[in-house]
Design a protein around this ligand. Sequence first.
Ligand SMILES: C[S@@+](CC[C@H](N)C(=O)[O-])C[C@H]1O[C@@H](n2cnc3c(N)ncnc32)[C@H](O)[C@@H]1O
Length: 234
Amino acid sequence: MTAFEEERRRLRERVWSLVDIDRGTRVLDVGVGREAHSLKKLLELGLVVTSIDVDLAALRKHDTRGASFVQCNAACLPLRKRTFGLSMVNFTLHEIDPILHQKVFAELCRVSERIMIIEPAPGTDSVYQRYQQIWTESMHSIGQFEDYQTVEYWIRLLKKYDAEIAVSEQLTSSIRVVGPEAKKYMALVLEDMREEGVSEKYIKKMMTIGRNVENKGMVFSNINVIVAHAQHSK
Ligand SMILES: C[S@@+](CC[C@H](N)C(=O)[O-])C[C@H]1O[C@@H](n2cnc3c(N)ncnc32)[C@H](O)[C@@H]1O
């Protein structure tokens, strides 16, 4: 395992060590995604999972044994008040249209006792910042979102719905990905862009920054983890 992979593994372990919840608890997995990392981990922890996504293709990719799947928008959940002990939002919020953020938080606070948010922070390394910027522009160009926000932004939204912050931790990335490892990473990024149907204009921009990433390297952004308790009126 490379130093970068080792750091990623350590950060993931730290994130999941912050999930403090009894086996058998009902959990809402917000945005199952194509890889379903959160779904797999929540099932491993013995939780009763409902995964949602707006994207039917993402939901269809996964084995339906062991979890319930609902195609819906997180801003309008067809679910009853206080159904879940926890809503887990793992690397999903930056892909949701910011216009919907308030509604999403209102819904999460309505349907769950607790909310756990795991989100990449805006980058601080200059090469990574440029990479994030091109990635964001590329996703906007195809009508998708990739909008990174500060921890203060998410906390403000939670507080707007009277949620009480129990944990707020920033996990630091420090390993510089450089050389062949960076080249391999950037090749996967370009593959993703092509698969998503991003135009050549953005692919070329990404190829240019790719050479920079390979030569200078880049440090990924930190990861924010927030756990909040929703306040429910009786
Ligand atoms: C990066 S993936 C989530 C990763 C996943 N939680 C994991 O751990 O592997 C983000 C997902 O959020 C979904 N999404 C975007 N906007 C949404 C919305 N308004 N409501 C529900 N899901 C949404 C996308 O379709 C995408 O599948």
